[in-house]
Design a protein around this ligand. Structure first.
Ligand code: F6P
Length: 489
């Protein structure tokens, strides 16, 4: 309980996110834990480790129940606990309607410009509502008996802030929306748009990655609801509630790179190369959840184009795509995995030989230890999202390059592109430009790489995850009631 108190004026910090930062699962009859793929948990776990508090999340591992107490609580990180993970259990139907349905088949395509049609299913919507209520109950239990700052994550919980405020007007609520916010023409086709907006305006503070997302949100609210918008003061006033709406570009913890790389990264790189038959060829890497917003087929087409344009590169490099399986219950995600497999096979058939396959598709979960070794040993990293709120792979790659080498090929449609103009910026819909970007990653001079990488590293070092959390929490901390003495930790 002691670690669940932060120095935020003595208020307890409660983070709510669908995804848990640590998943316990059975492997060969033993319980092991892994970190899930995806930027949110990578970004927020170090913050929670620094602040202490409670993280409320959906318990998703098959061994999660085995290690938690009767209230679903367990100390994390599992090997050296310093904050509390409170797991909420959902039935399969709830998971179906709330996570696969409303969150990932409706809100996900609704908020990304990727021409995927959102599914508007009233049954799923009803479940989304109910699950938001379930999480509200868990948060209210955790917040009992004192001031608390509840920091809600993402599009899984648009209704939660309003529910919390209705039950406990004294709670301070902030929400960060980790995905883009679309313009009003797009968002307002949603039959439950007003309810979603009203839920989000239950927050004291609402954060997006960019000013562009905030402007889209103001435009959407302006069209849909009776309220006062003061863009100069970044505020929406609705009923008695004032919500500050501001950009907070999320980031990573640069110090983690050294931790993941360790002293032995070179020998681990050699082992990895051996395992996947990569020889000592140049590598271009892509690291993503297999998601249709990430532009994975587009980058494979660019590899194909590159080999047609520059046949002299045959046998000289591998394109290694780490593709963590994601949301595989949704047909669009399953179809994408098949499409990527088929494309990789076709390209390897056309250009490859017995000794050399241009594309290596690793369609399984990889921990950060492997991923950082890949980042460090690669000539280049490609992020070709068709639309992405921020994209933390781009920033992670930069933090892994303490050698000031390596080329980042980055989609101009990511939030990260605004902060990293020294990347090779590309339009992922333009196969020619992408192929040229890949070519640049294999041929750029050492001095040019160094010049660009230094600037990118300085940017990420400076605008790191602690700065993000500090800005956000100090902005909302202004609303925390008078400080009470902090118990000794
Ligand atoms: O960026 C949006 C997001 O939902 C993050 O919250 C999360 O890190 C990532 O995508 C992974 O998604 P999921 O939790 O559905 O695996």
């Amino acid at each position: 309980e002691e670690v669940a108190r932060t120095r935020l004026g003595g208020a307890k910090l409660i983070v709510v996110a669908n995804r848990e930062p640590y998943i316990h699962r059975y492997k060969d009859g033993e319980v092991e834990w892994i970190r899930p793929a995806g930027g949110l948990t990578t970004a927020l776990d170090p913050v929670m480790q620094a602040c202490g508090g409670v993280w409320v999340a959906h318990g998703s591992g098959d061994a999660d129940r085995a290690v938690t107490d009767a209230n679903g609580r367990v100390g994390v990180p599992p090997d050296d606990p310093n904050y509390v993970l409170r797991r909420v259990w959902l039935t399969k139907d709830e998971e179906e309607g709330y996570y696969y349905g409303t969150a990932n088949s409706m809100l996900w395509p609704l908020c990304h410009q990727v021409f995927a049609r959102p599914a508007f299913d009233p049954k799923h919507w009803e479940t989304y509502r109910k699950v938001n209520e379930t999480f509200a109950r868990a948060v209210l239990e955790e917040a009992e008996g004192g001031p608390a700052l509840v920091f809600v994550q993402d599009y899984h919980f648009a209704l939660l802030p309003r529910l919390l405020k209705a039950a406990r007007p004294d709670l301070v609520t902030a929400q960060f929306w980790h995905i883009p916010w679309p313009g009003p023409e797009k968002f307002l086709v949603c039959p439950w748009a007003k309810e979603l907006l009203d839920g989000m305006l239950g927050n004291d503070l609402l954060g997006f990655h960019t000013q562009h997302d905030c402007n889209n949100f103001f435009d959407t609210v302006d069209r849909a609801l009776e309220c006062r918008i003061d863009r100069e003061r970044f505020a929406v006033q609705r009923g008695g509630q004032a919500t500050t709406v501001r950009p907070f570009p999320i980031s990573v913890d640069p110090a983690l790179a050294d931790e993941y790389l360790g002293d032995d990264w070179e020998s681990r790189a050699t082992a990895l190369r051996k395992k996947h038959r990569l020889g000592d060829r140049a590598l271009i890497v892509g690291v993503d959840r297999v998601d249709y917003t990430k532009g994975i087929p587009e980058r494979l087409q660019a590899v194909d184009r590159l080999l047609h344009k520059h046949p002299e590169l045959k046998g000289q490099f591998h394109f290694v795509q780490v593709g963590a399986p994601s949301r595989t219950h949704i047909p669009a995600y399953r179809d994408l995995t098949e499409e990527v497999n088929a494309l990789a096979e076709r390209i390897n058939w056309e250009h490859g030989t017995d000794e050399w396959q241009p594309v290596v598709f690793l369609n399984e979960h990889h921990g950060p230890d492997d991923i950082f070794v890949l980042y460090r040993t690669a000539a280049g990293c490609i992020v070709s999202s068709l639309h992405d709120g921020m994209n933390l792979v781009a920033k992670e790659f930069v933090t892994a390059r303490g050698d000031d080498r390596g080329v980042l090929v980055l989609s101009q449609f990511t939030g990260a592109a605004r902060e990293l103009p020294d990347a090779v910026l590309v339009n992922p819909f333009d196969v020619e430009e992408m192929a040229d970007g890949l070519y640049a990653s294999l041929t750029m001079s050492g001095s040019e790489q160094e010049r660009r990488m230094r600037r990118m590293r300085a940017q990420v070092d400076d605008h790191n995850i602690y700065r993000w959390a500090g800005m956000l929490l100090s902005e909302v901390g202004k609303r925390v009631p008078d400080p009470v003495p902090v118990p000794a930790v």
